[in-house]
Design a binder for this molecule. Structure first.
Ligand code: HEC
Length: 143
């Protein structure tokens, strides 16, 4: 009985410590945004992922022009206005702003590459977009 209790309590202590350690070790910088802006940003983010998914489907069908259009309109420099990027940028630290700009530029570069109708260089340019997603996610969180 005592042994069992000991095992259970050891387990729960290590579980507790496990989550505490993980939270402490989160190396991402917390960027505090007003609630409305958080919602707005997360909804943009979900659309970013949908856009990447649609781009991959178009690429798989060999429709590189369509992939280019999706990238430019939803992720590229043309999308800045619709994302309210100018408004949100004021709340972001410099590095995060730069990561956002890098992502939009990579998407516009991809659009140009895809229009050349060469799949492999287009895939490489697509990976530059997702690398920009990864790099910002690595450095920042908003909650
Ligand atoms: C400028 C920084 C930045 C860039 C660039 C960026 N994200 Fe995000 N994204 C974030 C932050 C910050 C969060 C919130 C993370 C947190 O607080 O846990 C997030 C969250 C998300 C979420 C979760 C949304 C939800 O509702 O839970 C998805 C999906 C996502 N991003 C996709 C993408 C994709 C795909 C790209 C690239 C095309 C991308 N993001 C580019 C900063 C960025």
């Amino acid at each position: 009985m005592l042994r069992k209790l000991l095992i259970i309590s050891t387990c729960s202590i290590s579980l507790l410590m496990g989550s505490a350690v993980r939270a402490d070790e989160d190396p991402r910088l917390l960027v505090e945004l007003p609630e409305m802006m958080q919602q707005h940003m997360m909804s943009n983010m979900r659309d970013h992922l949908v856009a990447i998914n649609e781009i991959l489907h178009a690429m798989a069908k060999g429709e590189l022009d369509k992939a280019a259009d999706i990238a430019e309109a939803r992720l590229g420099m043309s999308s800045l206005e619709s994302h309210g990027a100018g408004h949100m940028a004021r709340f972001m630290p410099e590095g995060m702003r730069r990561a956002g700009t890098d992502m939009h530029k990579a998407a516009s570069r991809f659009a140009l590459k895809a229009q050349e109708d060469e799949p492999l260089p287009a895939y490489e340019a697509l990976a530059d977009i997702t690398s920009a997603c990864v790099s910002c996610h690595f450095g920042y969180r908003i909650r």
